[in-house]
Design a binder for this molecule. Structure first.
Ligand SMILES: Cc1ncc(COP(=O)(O)O)c(C=O)c1O
Length: 390
């Protein structure tokens, strides 16, 4: 989609998603898995597309990654799986939140695989296999320490002792999820690894998966048969506090709607939460908390305008944000000029720091009102400068 399209012309804010960068990030993680494969063992790399591919658009990211060679996909909700199936008719789609009551026929109809999180779900899915009179694929998720979803240690033991409980099902994957993979020195990682290893040893034959994005960087011991990255595909740093090895994926630009000169000692926005210390120029840009620009960002972050760092001032409104452009040459602040909210100067990880949250929340909150542009440039090339960049 080109920036001259109607949607971008009309839009107050434009989100550009670099599909080439997502594909390159996926290839990099896949190659990390391949490098760790030994003795003829294959390590495959899936893609986690839940929450609309972390705000990037699952229906577009999924097929792009499938074209790149990705063969297995994860979503959280059944509805996400149903929507994704329309975009990707062939590949396995695993639904992490599991099998809710009275949904087995939906899973079968849309050829989706539930991640079974407890014995009750396993029994229901086995009953569905009997009713539909055909083997059904299943993923078993065991809880190795998260204490959130998954077979408890007791239930896992039942499964090990009573393999007949899997009759009529094809075990597509045994998986578990790491608690603190972004903290390489946290001992919970090795504890979970050891519990997962014991379980898969007792259940030989099925493919296995443990590592999310950061887990992949814990090393080959954590790779098993299938990597399960989400965040890193979308450019979120899997190594907090260290250089980000992933390519940036999103650029968010918002338009200046109006600029005004104000005197010293004037307030800006609701509640008068910012006051000018000198005569100032204030620009108002077209996004707000309804678009995922969090209210907590009041007086504590900045945007970029033609390479100038510009403070965000005053309360974040539902649809508007005010910025102090006093230091920016006036011709650059004209109505319609694009301000970089997220991009090479301000990553989702940076904005998350300012908002006291994590980049996952920044990305999954990305607004539905943005015009979306999907770029697909060759990997590693510099991203486009905003239209009005210096
Ligand atoms: C079970 C499971 N696997 C994999 C992922 C992907 O994790 P990340 O986005 O940290 O790569 C998630 C996301 O939270 C998850 O819940």
């Amino acid at each position: 989609m080109s920036p001259s399209d109607d949607a971008t012309r009309r839009a107050g804010a434009i989100l550009t998603v670099d599909l080439g960068a997502i594909a390159a990030n996926w290839r990099g993680l896949r190659d990390a898995g391949r490098a760790s494969a030994a003795g003829g063992r294959q390590v495959d790399c899936a893609a986690v597309l839940k929450a609309d591919a972390y705000g990037c658009g699952a229906g577009i990211v999924g097929p792009r990654l499938a074209a790149e060679g990705c063969r297995q996909f994860f979503v959280a909700h059944l509805e996400e799986g149903i929507a994704l199936r329309k975009a990707m008719p062939e590949h396995p789609i695993y639904v992490l939140n599991g099998l809710l009551a009275n949904t087995d026929a939906d899973f079968v109809e849309h050829d989706l695989t539930p991640v079974l999180n407890h014995l009750g779900q396993l029994n229901a899915w086995r009953a569905a296999a009997q009713r539909f009179n055909r083997p059904l694929d299943a993923v078993i998720h065991i809880d190795t320490g998260m204490h959130r979803l998954g077979f408890s240690p007791d239930e896992s033991q039942v499964l090990i002792n009573e393999r007949g409980r899997l009759r009529g099902l094809r075990l597509a994957l045994l998986m578990s999820h790491l608690v603190a993979s972004e903290e390489p020195n946290n001992t919970i990682n090795v504890e979970q690894l050891s519990r997962f290893r014991s379980f898969v040893k007792a259940m030989p034959g099925a493919p296995t998966s443990l590592a999310n994005s950061s887990g992949i960087f814990l090393g080959p011991d954590y790779h098993f048969d299938l990597l399960r990255p989400g965040a890193a595909l979308y450019g979120i740093n899997p190594l907090p506090g260290r250089d980000n090895p992933m390519l940036p994926v999103v650029t968010l630009q918002a338009r200046i709607l109006q600029t005004r000169q104000i005197d010293a000692f004037q307030t800006v926005g609701y509640g008068g939460a910012w006051r000018s210390a000198r005569p100032s120029r204030v620009a108002t840009i077209a996004l707000g908390y309804a678009d995922g620009y969090f209210r907590i960002l009041i007086n504590r972050t900045h945007v970029h305008l033609a390479g100038h760092r510009v403070p965000v001032i005053g309360r974040i409104s539902m649809d508007l944000v005010t910025i102090d452009v006093t230091e920016v040459p006036e011709p650059l602040c004209e109505t319609g000029a694009l301000v970089e909210v997220l991009g090479r100067h301000m990553t989702a990880d940076d904005l998350a720091d300012h908002a006291r949250t994590n980049a996952y929340e920044v990305m999954t909150a990305l607004g539905r009102r943005y015009a979306r542009v999907y770029a697909d440039e060759p990997a590693g090339e510099p991203q486009n400068e905003p239209e009005n960049a210096a």
